[in-house]
Ligand binder design. Structure first.
Ligand code: B12
Length: 144
């Protein structure tokens, strides 16, 4: 993990309950291909450690991935804490993956957006393409 701050850095993590790793590696490679440096905090990162890393790195984007089925609960708790932190009120933050306990069940996207995520990417065929467009729109916001 590099300690350098970079306004293009994307901070990647899985929330506290989630041990899955390859989703994080996949997203790291994807984001780097899109031209952004990454800091990958790995799986099972506590809420406190994610907040501290956001304050340290001031990333362009916080990217949370969860596939164990508890992503909606972890995500709700975490984004509430992030938005309650004065310096992180406007930090771009997204979550994606298998967010509920059933692949065909609800993904809680509306709740997660209402709680403060800028975008939610449930595991659907177009999720990665939608996410790539979201990342491109961040670069456009920086350029304009
Ligand atoms: C390997 C694996 C494990 C390993 C993980 C090892 C490791 N170091 O990573 C172990 C054995 C530890 C494990 C444990 C568990 N697992 Co598991 N695991 C898997 C498995 C077989 C493969 C996951 C994987 O690596 N995929 C490869 C990566 C690259 O793909 P991915 O994770 O699907 O991520 C893709 C998308 O979800 C998407 N994506 C993910 N995040 C994001 C974010 C954004 C923004 C975007 C755009 C896209 C995106 O993009 C990725 C690439 O396409 C899947 C089943 C499967 N075939 O998918 C189950 C699976 C994820 N596990 C599951 C479960 C339930 C568990 C356990 C709860 C089992 C248990 N009862 O203990 C525990 C949870 C442990 C925990 N606390 O988190 C379920 C989740 C069900 C759900 N969410 O609906 C799955 C789907 C199996 C199943 N069909 O039931 N698991």
């Amino acid at each position: 993990m590099s300690a350098a701050r970079d306004s293009h850095t994307v901070l990647i993590a899985a929330p506290a309950s989630d041990t899955h790793t390859w989703n994080l590696i996949y997203l790291q490679l994807l984001v780097e291909e899109l031209g952004h440096p990454t800091v990958n905090l790995g799986p099972c990162v506590s809420d406190e450690a994610i907040v501290e890393a956001c304050l340290l790195y001031r990333p362009r984007l916080l990217l949370l991935s969860s596939v164990n089925g508890h992503g909606h609960r972890d995500g709700m708790r975490l984004i509430t804490r992030i938005r309650a932190t004065a310096d992180l009120v406007a930090l771009p933050a997204v979550i994606g993956g298998k967010l509920g306990i059933s692949g065909t069940g609800p993904h809680h996207a509306d709740e997660l957006r209402d709680a403060g995520f800028d975008a939610v990417f449930p595991d659907r065929p177009h999720a990665v393409a939608d996410f790539c467009r979201f990342v491109a729109s961040l670069s456009e916001r920086v350029a304009s």
